[in-house]
Design a protein around this ligand. Structure first.
Ligand code: BGC
Length: 423
């Protein structure tokens, strides 16, 4: 049993509880070449021309309209240049008292051509993750966060069951050649978001719109995870292996039967359908938490008292009951692998983090074993189809100069970690 102490904040967290932030390779590294960069170049102009119809309803429209109307907003390019500047970024991680960082390996760098592996690229990640460990930071390593080599896309990506073997070959290569002892692995990031956005909503590459393809992709990603789990376990029997699930908390906005049935079915199909495909192969439950939906009748009616820059309704307090629901069903310790706010003026971030910590403290009191809180994101980054204008970073990035500025909410988060851990 790990020791749990009450700090001067009145909060009780174990010494091993992971405090930190998250990044993903494609969103921060810069200089990538994968299926997403190909799509960015093909569609940037068109998406820039659609900025007004896509974003003018947002409260921040006046502030973002110039940037959102430029094609360059939609091309990841050098992004936050984290590939070259990670040592400098690690200094911020230390200054902010983080004990963990979630980051990843980019498949398209490791295997740029089919079956040809780039040793030097893997050496970069070996150094990266070794540097984290030397600094006393626990790495949480993501093996796949939505981007893959162009050759894999040409073969049909995760739509084809027979393609799962290529992902597994990449995972095996990393396991055989990496050599850094990793405590936490994430095989796949948000499979349900990826499948829905790329194969149902038609908003991300390859922009398909088919319910059958969406279900196929989900099943193939579940297969990919389940088999990768076994490969990783062989090499690192002591590692904790999971994936990052994007789950929405659904609750009834009135007492009608239809609202309660909606809550049940949205949770069953939106969250549990995929989780049940992988539940035998998880050492912990990775949760990306951003959304709660208040169901009235068959639809979500969110009050939107507080909204982020993307117009998402903010309900961090719903995390507490949600953690209990997930724990009761899956009986696994929970790691918050992402949770955060697009907030360019840093209006809500501190409040969001404070509410999230309160919710986790409450969940622990309700008996839920919690492993950590990993905020999204360490740095401002490339927010997929939206490009650069949404600002999720604890640290602001000036994309012209690559200057980093720690936002006030991040300073506060760092002090809270020190208080909780130090006393
Ligand atoms: C994803 C991140 C993304 C964040 C904010 C999560 O769904 O894993 O890549 O940037 O949400 O939208």
């Amino acid at each position: 049993m790990t020791q749990t102490k009450k700090s001067s904040t009145g909060l009780k967290f174990s010494k091993d509880f992971l405090w930190g932030a998250s990044v993903s390779t494609h969103q921060v590294e810069g200089g990538n070449h994968n299926q997403w960069t190909v799509w960015e170049l093909e569609t940037a102009k068109q998406r820039a021309s659609e900025a007004q119809s896509n974003y003018s309803h947002l409260d921040c429209w006046e502030e973002i309209k110039h940037q959102a109307s430029l094609p360059s907003n939609y091309v990841s390019g050098v992004a936050s240049d984290h590939y070259n500047r990670y040592k400098n970024d690690l200094e911020y991680v230390k200054k902010l008292n983080f004990t963990a960082l979630r980051s990843g390996i980019e498949w398209s760098r490791i295997e740029p051509e089919e079956g040809i592996f780039d040793k030097q690229a893997l050496e970069h990640y070996t150094e990266y993750f070794n540097d984290l460990k030397k600094a006393g930071i626990t790495p949480i390593l993501t093996l796949w966060h939505w981007t893959f080599p162009e050759w894999f896309a040409k073969k049909g990506g995760f739509l084809k069951r027979s393609n799962v073997k290529y992902y597994l070959r990449y995972v095996k290569y990393v396991m055989d050649n990496f050599g850094v002892k990793i405590d936490f692995f994430i095989t796949v990031n948000e499979p349900t978001t990826y499948a829905a956005m790329s194969y149902y909503e038609s908003r991300w590459p390859p922009q398909k719109k088919s319910i059958i393809s969406t279900i196929r992709v989900l099943h193939n990603l579940a297969r990919a995870h389940n088999r990768a789990y076994k490969i990783i376990k062989k090499t690192y029997p002591k590692s904790q292996i999971g994936l990052a699930h994007s789950c929405t908390y659904f609750y009834a906005g009135d007492s009608s039967l239809i609202s309660r049935i909606s809550v049940w079915s949205a949770h069953r199909f939106g969250n549990e359908y995929f989780i049940n495909l992988v539940k035998r192969y998880q050492d912990y439950f990775g949760l990306n938490y951003y959304f709660a939906n208040r169901m009235i009748g068959t639809r979500a009616h969110n009050q939107k008292k507080k909204k982020n820059d993307l117009g998402w309704s903010l309900e961090p307090d719903k995390l507490r009951p949600f953690l209990s629901v997930l724990y009761k069903k899956y009986k696994l310790p929970i790691l918050i692998t992402e949770s955060g706010v697009a907030d360019s003026v840093d209006k809500y971030r501190k409040w969001w983090i404070a509410q999230s910590i309160k919710a986790i403290d409450g969940a622990q009191k309700d008996g839920v074993p919690m492993l950590g809180y990993i905020h999204w994101s360490l740095l401002d980054n490339f927010e997929w189809a939206e490009g650069f204008w949404p600002r999720f970073g604890l640290i602001e990035v000036d994309y012209k100069t690559q200057k980093r500025t720690v936002r006030p909410s991040a300073k506060w988060y760092g002090q809270v970690i020190e208080k909780i851990r130090g006393s």
